[in-house]
Design a protein around this ligand. Sequence first.
Ligand SMILES: Nc1ncnc2c1ncn2[C@@H]1O[C@H](COP(=O)(O)OP(=O)(O)O)[C@@H](O)[C@H]1O
Ligand SMILES: Nc1ccn([C@H]2C[C@H](O)[C@@H](COP(=O)(O)OP(=O)(O)O)O2)c(=O)n1
Length: 412
Amino acid sequence: MLRRAMFRCGQLCSVEFDLRAEPLYFTLSSSPQVLHHAHQQLFGDCGKLFSLHVQCANRIEKAQTHAEIKHKLSSTLSRDCDVFEASSFIPDVANSVVKGFFIRDKSTTTLSEDLLNTLRQSERVCVFSYKREGQYCWQELWSPVNQVEGSERQYITPAAAAEHHPSTLNIRNSDVFYSMDEAYKVLQECTDIIPESKEVLKLVDEQLETSRGDGFPVIVIEGLDATGKTTLTEALRESLNATLLKSPPQCLAPFRQRFDSEPPLIRRAFYALGNYITAAHIGKESLRAPVIVDRYWHSTAAYAIATAVGGRVENLPRPGSELYQWPEDLLQPNLVLLLTVNPEERLRRLRDRGQDKTVEEAELEINQFFRLKVEEAYKRIQNPACIIVDASPSPQEVLQQVQHLIRNKCHL
Ligand SMILES: Nc1ncnc2c1ncn2[C@@H]1O[C@H](COP(=O)(O)OP(=O)(O)O)[C@@H](O)[C@H]1O
Ligand SMILES: Nc1ccn([C@H]2C[C@H](O)[C@@H](COP(=O)(O)OP(=O)(O)O)O2)c(=O)n1
């Protein structure tokens, strides 16, 4: 029964309805509880209030349903409807999060109810409505005709903020992958709906075992778009007579746009496998020359964590969290340099370069919360941690600065 799966005892629900503020937390009880003033904002007299939560057993179907509903809600509901991200979860219990949405409909139409009814009938979604009497508010399973039989009132009970933001509970092997096998399994589960998955897995299978013998140094250059990675890596290739590699590797270029359009679970598994293919190339190339890599695991983990964690930088997993630990089965570089420039200079360089931006890069520009989270996540990744390089000076000066660092750290 959907309901029982929804709210187990001790489960909290969090609603992100103000990026600048903490999410709103509440739990449910069978006895009336007075609404906290902060809850008035969401549960106050503001038209029809619903929540819907994705309930699919299969994780691929769950990820695609969530993405499909998010698109439907944003493209179908009127401007009188506010849609907020919601999560029901058990505090500090990994993988306990059930993602959903809160819809506050101030319109006079039945559009939101028609849409919710269609979703409800798909059996992949659980829909609740909210009623209010004075200081009390309760939730009930919703149906357009009448209340669902046996649906007792569950009163909204204000709860204190969870110690760890709910979005950090599901990151392991859903947003960030800590072994090749875990990422490989996700794409195996997609082969019937995304045929390209087979070709990507074939390319992974073809990679020789990653041997990291006593080869030449491996140096990774990281940073946001337009910080100067391409310019610097090409200059280092020449000055060090090195091999230049990228992640994702060139062999995955034909599939990238396809996987960029998939939900995070699938998209991040794709980029994780790209790192393992690049690792095999590094293992081979480093036997004969120094290797320079343009993006690698730091990018994959930092963008995935920053995307998964809602709201402000403070919601990121704490420094030292195991979520920042390098995967044990992924080849480690000798040195990781994080290029940083101030936002204005980066935007100037982006404009001067004139290339199309990826959706995520566009997000970096409009959503400073996202950019700050990417930058902070980069810095928290350990084993190896990155060394921060001020990439504001001229290309020549940045190159000299980096060559000095490489000489000191890698004796090159
Ligand atoms: N140190 C620098 N100073 C000024 N402009 C730079 C510098 N490094 C790169 N650029 C310019 O900035 C733009 C983005 O550089 P690029 O190397 O493509 O960055 P990324 O690979 O990080 O996206 C390009 O037009 C490049 O010529
Ligand atoms: N190893 C990598 C490389 C890129 N990504 C993701 C992270 C961002 O969404 C994009 C950035 O890649 P993109 O090629 O656009 O970046 P640059 O143009 O090289 O600066 O790809 C990743 O997850 N893992």
